[in-house]
Design a protein around this ligand. Structure first.
Ligand SMILES: Nc1ncnc2c1ncn2[C@@H]1O[C@H](COP(=O)(O)OP(=O)(O)OP(=O)(O)O)[C@@H](O)[C@H]1O
Ligand SMILES: [Mg+2]
Length: 397
């Protein structure tokens, strides 16, 4: 491609009015079909703006993947913050996803450096919490802490967060929590003691067809120019969403179909485009998690994907993936890490359910055991394309 051609691609008309409104982190102005959950949150939390001793409240949001837990919590947080400010409560809103903050210490260190500008080194977690709480009191502030994918914390860490008011005194704890987890994951950490610290557990049910349609109408209006998608197609996507019980699927279809139209210079969506886009959404594959991976984990994943592409088998071995990983690192002029670290990245990718791995016994192998690695439901070729795009943005500038 030469420069003229390159420029021409930028001049093409786009079907998007606001493509960023389909990004994973986007929180829309209006939240349809979650009035019940939002009202429950309001009635639990509004006491903070009404009572002078400002209670500490712990809420759990659970439900299947893609039912709107994250967007509901963020929507509530944003609007609660403005109401609180109107009522002279200086509300600090903090959101952490335990995929990248996977321990109590990490979250607390981050909060400490943000609110007290200290590194927090040399302090225990409890001392650090005390510093944060005193800072809140000094600033006459109140913190709403949202902790997403909370099951990645150890149960004792979850308990410690929920117990802050008990441990440090209710009058000192100007802090409330919304913790979020998929129902299935939550079951792995739930204990009687944790349950007893919750003010309320809010369960979000998957959207039915009518709800999905309503949300898709709104989201497509935000994202797309007029007459790009017709009602029949929106109905078709709503059908897919309610069948898979996952709203993310619908948002991804809108995004992918739009990108496809732009690339091919088409002016509106067709049933074929939507069907094709739907086939390219892999519901158990967590694209949003990929965005949160560290560079070395991404490189390791790419190594695995390349090794899988080289073989006809559904699985590959750590050694083969490691070799590919070394080549990739070299290509991007990045120092490769040793195999032991590589194994650690593989384990982490497995924990995040991006790959699957199992240890199998074999007679000929040196130590009689080795690890087989595979992908869940996304084909290696597709994941490879996704990673290449990501690496171009990340490592080649
Ligand atoms: N009521 C709604 N209105 C508008 N968009 C919504 C609504 N519910 C969900 N969405 C959109 O659907 C997608 C999935 O929602 P979200 O990320 O909140 O799901 P989740 O329950 O947190 O899923 P997971 O367990 O996988 O993290 C997001 O793009 C979100 O913006
Ligand atoms: Mg979420």
């Amino acid at each position: 491609m030469d420069e003229d051609e390159f420029r021409k691609q930028f001049m093409k008309r786009s079907v998007f009015k606001q493509a960023s409104s389909l990004d994973q982190s986007y929180v829309p102005e209006k939240l349809h079909c979650r009035d019940e959950a939002i009202k429950t949150l309001i009635y639990n939390f509004r006491r903070i703006t009404e009572e002078s001793d400002q209670p500490s409240i712990n809420i759990l949001l659970i439900g299947k993947g893609g039912v709107g837990k994250t967007v509901t919590a963020k929507y509530f947080g944003r609007n609660f913050k403005s109401i609180a400010l109107e009522r002279d409560v200086n509300l600090f809103l903090e959101y952490y996803n335990c995929i990248n903050f996977n321990s109590k210490s990490k979250i607390i260190r981050e909060l400490l450096s943000k609110y007290t500008h200290g590194s927090g080194r040399g302090f225990s977690d409890d001392e650090a919490i005390k510093l944060i709480l005193s800072q809140l009191i000094r600033e006459k502030g109140y913190m709403l802490l949202i902790i997403d994918e909370v099951f990645r914390l150890k149960p004792e860490d979850i308990l410690a967060f929920l117990d802050i008011a008990e441990t440090f005194g209710h009058q000192n704890a100007k802090l409330s929590l919304i913790i979020i987890s998929r129902t299935h994951d939550w079951m792995t950490v739930e204990t009687e003691r944790i349950l007893s610290r919750l003010n309320q557990k809010i369960e979000l049910k998957p959207y039915n067809y009518d709800e999905a349609k309503q949300i898709l109408d709104y989201r497509s209006e935000l994202a797309l120019k007029e007459n790009i998608i017709n009602d029949d197609l929106l109905e078709m996507i709503a059908e897919i969403v309610s069948e898979h019980q996952n709203m993310r699927h619908g948002i991804e279809i809108l995004r992918k179909s739009g990108l496809y139209c732009d690339k091919e210079g088409l002016e509106h969506f067709t049933p074929e485009i939507v069907r094709e886009a739907s086939n390219e959404v892999y519901p158990t594959f967590r694209g949003d998690v990929i965005d949160l991976l560290k560079d070395q984990e991404l490189l390791a994943l790419y190594g695995i994907v390349r090794a899988l592409k080289n073989t006809d088998e559904p699985c590959t071995l750590v050694d083969e993936a490691y070799e590919e990983y070394q080549v990739i690192c070299e290509n991007y002029s990045i120092e490769p890490h040793v195999k032991m670290s590589f194994r650690k990245y593989v384990r982490h990718l497995d924990e995040l359910k991006i790959i699957t791995s199992k240890t199998v016994r074999i007679e000929e192998a040196q130590r009689g055991r080795h690890k087989e690695i595979g992908l869940l439901d996304i084909p290696a070729v597709k994941l490879s394309e996704l990673l290449e795009g990501l690496f171009e943005r990340k490592f080649l500038n």
